[in-house]
Design a protein around this ligand. Structure first.
Ligand SMILES: [Zn+2]
Length: 436
């Protein structure tokens, strides 16, 4: 029997300039059948009704790049440059603590944090991802999961010679599992993956019909080292290998050389910008208006909580808008609608989910959020996009629906015992020497 859902009782901002003062969204079996004014909205038979209570109905946000399980390392090593942070703190902590069980537990916490702050889709690139797949499936969040590939011993892949076969097994296991899970591959970077490994990832992705992502041009050191080792920038290196046109999404792209935004556009590579993580690590920030002007599709990622240190995508949207204005000295750079669109259609493009998520319109998946407009920081409200970019945080998220199923009601998660999950994560964190 089909499952109906109706969300109504508040203003509807459906994405891309669509707004109704009193709106409604109807869905059958997770797919939107109607989005528009509440008056005359069809109610699917036996539909469950989500009452917005005057709250703003909007599309769920898309986090284009995250390492969910790294919530365990939140606040473990702050105020360090990327190389020291990564090589002296994260890689050793991951080697010691990351396992299928740890990833499953910590990805539950990541899913909770994201759902409760309005993210309904996440692109997660990590290791031991079987645990993340289980956690996200049971949390009810939509996830694109990119299995990590790297040329040194990694969690779940003690012998780097097995990195591609491990990723292949992950793809085979989860490819047909659920409409909410989309598996892919993640080549860690051009400085941790050899030429052959990068080619192997591209070939595996092509063979399996999935997407692949990589960190690219994150720091100026990465670019300098690439020039020393390969004679060219990381982007030019991939282009020279014939891999840029096969790459789906490049993460970071903070240090692009002249002409590289246009090259990424020509090769149809989307960019997942991570302004919170990049700025905290002192790496810089991706020049989003320049990328958009060149025709690149740009999404926003939180990156992992170890470098952010939270997974609230509203923070990334506001930061991206502000940094664009700082860089250009132009307050009109990346205006509100364009900024929030990064976390909607931009994220969808990064994850291969165009036409599926990022809007509330017929044919799209019913992934929706209701924001509490009674919150002091959202009063009064003249323009919804302005509030969503410059005033809102995930703390004003009241209800969340993913694929037509309500997973957050009145700020409470319906899909897990969050208290128990947090207690177990704290127990594990205590073993790391962190606070209980
Ligand atoms: Zn990352």
């Amino acid at each position: 029997m089909s499952q109906g859902l109706l969300i109504t009782g508040g203003p509807l901002w459906a994405g891309s300039g669509s707004y109704w003062p009193v709106g409604a969204v109807a869905a059958v079996d997770g797919v939107i059948t109607y989005a528009g004014p509440a008056e005359g909205a069809p109610k699917p038979p036996q539909a469950e009704v989500v009452h917005a209570g005057g709250g703003l109905i909007m599309p769920g946000l898309v986090n284009a790049h995250c390492h969910g399980a790294m919530v365990l390392f939140r606040g473990l090593a702050d105020d360090l440059p990327l190389r020291v942070w990564l090589e002296e703190h994260m890689f050793p902590a991951e080697a010691r603590w990351v396992s299928d069980e740890m990833v499953e537990l910590c990805s539950r916490l990541a899913a909770a944090e994201m759902l409760l702050s309005g993210t309904t889709t996440v692109g997660d690139s990590y290791f031991c991802l079987n645990g993340a797949a289980k956690a996200y499936a049971s949390a009810g969040i939509r996830a694109a999961l990119y299995h990590g590939v790297i040329d040194f011993p990694a969690p779940g892949v003690p012998d780097p010679a097995d990195n591609l076969s491990t990723a292949r097994r992950f793809l085979e296991r989860w490819q047909e599992h659920s409409p909410l899970l989309t598996p892919g591959v993640f080549a860690h970077s051009t400085y941790t993956c050899s030429k052959d490994t990068l080619k192997g990832v591209a070939e595996l992705a092509q063979e399996m019909g999935c997407l692949w992502h990589t960190h690219l041009a994150e720091t100026s050191d990465e670019v300098d080292n690439s020039v020393k080792a390969n004679g060219v920038s990381p982007v030019a290196y991939l282009e020279g290998l014939g891999l840029l046109e096969r790459l789906d999404t490049a993460v970071h792209c903070v240090w692009l050389q002249p002409g590289e935004p246009e090259l990424l556009a020509r090769r149809e590579v989307a960019v997942a910008a991570c302004p919170g993580s990049n700025s905290k690590l002192g790496s810089g920030w991706a020049h989003v208006p320049e990328l958009l002007d060149a025709g690149v599709k740009v999404g926003l990622g939180t990156d992992g909580a170890a470098s952010n240190n939270n997974l609230d995508l509203f923070g990334e949207i506001g930061l991206a808008a502000r940094l664009a204005k700082v860089k250009t000295k132009d307050p009109a750079a990346l205006p509100a609608e364009a900024a929030i669109d990064l976390a909607l259609s931009g994220g969808a493009a990064c994850l291969g989910l165009d036409g599926v998520v990022g809007r509330l319109a017929p044919g799209y998946a019913c992934d929706a959020v209701v924001m509490d407009l009674t919150a002091p920081r959202l009063n009064p409200c003249f323009e919804a996009p302005s509030h969503l970019v410059y005033a809102a945080t995930g703390g004003q998220v009241r209800h969340v629906v993913v694929n037509g199923r309500q997973v957050v009601r009145e700020r409470a998660l319906l899909t897990m015992d969050l208290g128990e999950v947090m207690a177990k994560v704290r127990e594990l964190a205590a073993k790391l020497g962190g606070p209980v």
